[in-house]
Design a protein around this ligand. Structure first.
Ligand SMILES: Nc1ncnc2c1ncn2[C@@H]1O[C@H](COP(=O)(O)OP(=O)(O)O)[C@@H](O)[C@H]1O
Ligand SMILES: [Mg+2]
Length: 304
């Protein structure tokens, strides 16, 4: 049992300014209540409401600020400057994980299996990209989240039409081969891979609606992977995280091709933490309840 008084005064940082503000507020509320239920002196802290300098009044931070500033290394840099320990990855791993293109360059360097992709430019031969990957293919901004801007291109000639609409978003624009044998998430907590979760959306893919608005997405945990594939996914997730120099906890997302090959899709360094989010679901499959999971993640800041 961890002595929770060791944590001192804890800020649960959530909300913020990104498109994921509402989701983050939900994560924050769930984590706050969980920590309070364990006797932790925890307080909600929303950088949109309170000046960030006020974080100096806290002993440590549980960070559930998804997206811009919270997940991209910005907050991490501020907290490093204040000398306040925080949950999750540091500046470098956070910043790289936020940019799917740069993240993949690093994974390529470690020979880890990326989804086949190209970076699109104004003068790209869009028809040739459609030929190369076949249809449907996926196109997406490299530095967004929550499926914002992610588009499935189904008809020949559409890539050239969709490309300009994605320039409003952050990061490079990627075109990717569609990998259609299943979508999975693998949670990492304290260096350990938790049981994988299979995500089965009702629509064509796991879009914003399926993530947050619809309640008909199926989540299987334990998933349908063979024990060999499960082991392989856990190992790949750990390698992908280590390649970035990640710390603490994360969720690594995968796609499986029809022939069973696993591909890294992306990594989230501040995953959702509502009580029906995926990391808590995976922890539950190991018999670790939500409040214990929150304490376990926070406890990583005692040694960080
Ligand atoms: N190459 C791909 N093949 C098949 N499905 C994809 C592919 N890329 C994205 N998707 C679908 O789009 C969703 C969102 O894409 P993702 O790259 O994870 O962006 P985000 O960071 O916004 O979650 C995925 O969860 C998956 O359902
Ligand atoms: Mg995703």
């Amino acid at each position: 049992m961890i002595d929770v008084t060791k944590f001192g005064k804890v800020a649960v940082v959530c909300g913020g300014f990104s498109t994921e503000r509402e989701v983050s507020l939900n994560s924050g509320k769930a984590v706050l209540n969980a920590l309070l239920s364990k006797g932790v002196d925890a307080h909600q802290f929303d950088p949109k409401q309170t000046d960030i300098s006020k974080l100096r009044e806290f002993d440590r931070v549980f960070n559930v600020l998804h997206g811009t500033f919270g997940e991209d290394g910005g907050l991490q840099g501020v907290l490093d400057g204040f000398n306040i320990p925080y949950t999750g990855s540091g500046v470098l791993a956070s910043a790289i994980a936020m940019d799917k293109f740069r993240c993949r360059l690093i994974w390529q360097g470690f020979n880890l299996p990326n989804v086949p992709y190209v970076v699109l430019h104004d003068d790209s031969d869009f028809a040739a990209v459609e030929q190369q990957f076949g249809l449907p293919l996926f196109v997406k901004p490299a530095a967004e989240g929550s499926s914002v801007g992610v588009t499935m291109v189904e008809n020949a000639g559409d890539l050239a039409k969709i490309y300009p609409t994605l320039k409003q978003y952050h990061g490079a624009i990627l075109a990717e081969k569609a990998i259609t044998g299943g979508e999975y998430a693998c949670a990492l907590v304290g260096g350990e891979a938790l049981p994988s979760i299979r995500i089965i959306p009702t629509g064509k893919f796991y879009d914003y609606e399926a993530k947050y608005l619809r309640d008909d997405t199926t989540y299987q945990c334990p998933s349908d992977l063979t024990s060999e594939q499960e082991r392989e996914m856990g190992e790949l997730a750990k390698k992908a995280f280590d390649a970035l120099g990640g710390r603490g906890w994360a969720r690594v997302d995968f796609l499986k091709s029809d022939d069973g090959t696993l591909y890294l899709l992306e990594i989230n360094t501040v995953p959702g933490m509502t009580d029906h989010s995926l990391v808590p679901m995976a922890a539950q499959a190991r018999g670790v309840g939500f409040a214990d999971l929150c304490v376990q993640i926070l406890a990583q800041t005692l040694t960080a």
